[in-house]
Design a binder for this molecule. Structure first.
Ligand SMILES: Cc1cc2nc3c(=O)[nH]c(=O)nc-3n(C[C@H](O)[C@H](O)[C@H](O)COP(=O)(O)O)c2cc1C
Length: 189
């Protein structure tokens, strides 16, 4: 393994103090500590219009340039969505729909890129359906899901008001995910 790798994290909710965003930032910080160049895309700041396929897939009118660049240059990615009604949030899915721009690229979409997934759910023992959906999304984009991708139940209770994770077991799981994304991205770069 040699050379710096670029990892882009895309996630969060539209809420203040998003626990989803805090979980993703923990993983991104770990990746940065390992030596990756990281870009954190907070879905709240992206502010994309609802995707309309029939209006064309020109990037200039749709995705901001920094987002296109962050996805194009990424050797690996991290996706983080809250669970809304048993699946990903509309805001997260809308960003994914804009990935249609990459259908024309060679190779298309996220071909061969590893993606670590975090599904953050409010209830106990939940988030698994959303994690499965996120897995299907990555497969449809031809990416590779990191095996330690995680469903976080009771997500709001795992993060304090400053965005720090208060559960050591969860921190270990997120660290493992970061490690995996780092290794896979380095090997597949
Ligand atoms: C519209 C809406 C729908 C939700 N649906 C579910 C659900 O189906 N299952 C669940 O466990 N939590 C559900 N929740 C709770 C969120 O998944 C939970 O609060 C999550 O941690 C929110 O992440 P955030 O702090 O990043 O906003 C829902 C919350 C909202 C606002």
């Amino acid at each position: 393994m040699s050379g710096k790798i670029n990892i882009t994290g895309i996630g969060g909710s539209l809420e203040d103090n998003s626990s989803t965003l805090a979980l993703m930032k923990f993983v991104m910080d770990e990746l940065s500590e390992k030596g990756a160049d990281v870009t954190v895309i907070d879905i709240r700041e992206v502010n994309l219009p609802l995707y309309i396929y029939s209006k064309g897939i020109e990037p200039a009118e749709k995705m901001p340039g920094y987002l296109l660049q962050a996805i194009s240059l990424a050797d690996g990615l991290v996706f983080a969505s809250p669970e809304y009604h048993g699946t990903v949030s509309a805001a997260f899915k809308n960003v994914i729909d804009h990935f249609e721009y990459f259908s024309e690229k060679s190779p298309p979409y996220l071909t061969g890129k590893p993606v670590g997934l975090i599904a953050a759910a409010g209830a106990e023992n939940s988030g698994f359906a959303t994690l499965e959906t996120m897995t299907n999304i990555v497969h449809s984009l031809r990416g590779l899901v990191a095996p330690s991708s995680i469903a976080v139940s009771s997500a709001n209770k795992q993060v304090d008001t400053s965005g720090s994770i208060i559960n050591d077991s969860l921190k270990r799981k997120l660290s493992r995910l970061a490690e995996e994304v780092y290794i896979l991205s380095s090997k597949l770069k």
